[in-house]
Design a protein around this ligand. Structure first.
Ligand code: ATR
Length: 280
């Protein structure tokens, strides 16, 4: 149980009832015997600015930010990491010694760490990456792929204009291209990585219709969707012999920088943690 001196963090979002972050950070706090707490902070959109300003006043050490407040939190920050500035959104806030808000975007870190742990030996630099989707998650994934040295990043989206905006914002080296989601075959043909960042394939959402036939057999396939854990995309990729990495690890790894900043430990992501978070 936290004492009166406990360090307190939380997650701001709306709705927040299905967030797995309290279970994630709560498990780590218990494992490491830290005098701390991590709580859901349900914050409707019209109170978000007020709530963000209140974090330092309430003495919190920081917070995660989730849908729909990531861009608003970005604008509320006094200081930002480079990766947050690139993505234009923050998911992790720390309170500075001066009582200011410092913003970070750790989704890209979580994405890369998930691949590093889920597919040891696989390397981002070894070939083109195909990213399905052009929303906030795609932005974090693309920024991380560029930073890690992917030789080409092909963004496929239903709404091509949205993918074009993403590329205009992120591409500095001329390595990104855009295509309609329906034209995946040409993009897949020499891909080393396929990532789904759309909501397609998630419980309650339409399924992702994609012919994997052109995808090289040694390409890695990753789905950010983790409900279900084995999406139809991952099942199809596995069946034809591709390496697959599910999306739960990205959620777990993206929490590490915040936990370290607030509680002083870089926490471990283990099979037991996966079970603890899934049991929720
Ligand atoms: P997130 O922040 O999780 O990325 P988002 O910004 O709402 O969420 O983006 C959702 C992504 O899923 C988008 O790429 C979206 O495509 P559009 O930009 O064309 O809207 C994609 N998506 C959602 N539903 C889809 C559907 N039924 N068919 C194709 N793409 C879909």
């Amino acid at each position: 149980m936290p004492s009166g001196a406990a360090r307190v963090a939380g997650v701001i979002g709306w709705p927040i009832g299905h967030s797995r972050s309290p279970r994630l950070h709560g498990t780590w706090l218990a494992w490491y015997g830290i005098d701390g707490a991590y709580v859901p902070l349900p914050t409707p959109p019209d109170r978000a600015d007020e709530a963000l300003r209140a974090l330092p006043a309430l003495g919190l050490v920081g917070a995660n930010v989730t849908v729909p407040h990531k861009e608003r939190a970005f604008r509320a920050c006094d200081t930002l990491t480079d990766r947050a500035r690139r993505v234009g959104a923050v998911n992790t806030l720390s309170i500075t010694e001066m009582g200011g808000l410092h913003g970070d975007s750790t989704d890209g870190f979580g994405f890369l760490e998930n691949l590093r742990h889920g597919a040891p030996g696989w390397d981002v630099t070894r070939g083109p990456a195909v990213v399905l989707g052009a929303g906030g998650a795609a932005r974090a994934v693309c920024a991380a792929l560029l930073e890690a040295g992917a030789p080409a990043v092909r963004v496929l989206n239903r709404t091509v204009a949205r993918a074009e905006t993403l590329v205009a914002d992120l591409d500095e080296g001329g390595v990104m291209t855009v295509a309609p989601l329906a034209d995946a075959a040409a993009a897949l043909i020499d891909a080393a990585l396929l990532v789904n960042t759309t909501s397609l394939g998630m419980v309650g959402q339409p399924s992702l219709v994609l012919d994997l036939a052109p995808l090289p057999p040694d390409a890695l396939v990753n789905d950010l969707v983790y409900a279900p854990l084995e999406t139809p995309l991952l099942a199809a990729a596995r069946a034809r012999g591709n390496g697959v990495v599910d999306g739960l690890g990205m959620l777990l790894h993206q929490g590490r920088p915040g936990f370290q900043a607030w509680f002083g430990v870089d926490p471990e992501v283990t099979p037991a943690l996966r079970r603890a978070v899934l049991d929720d």
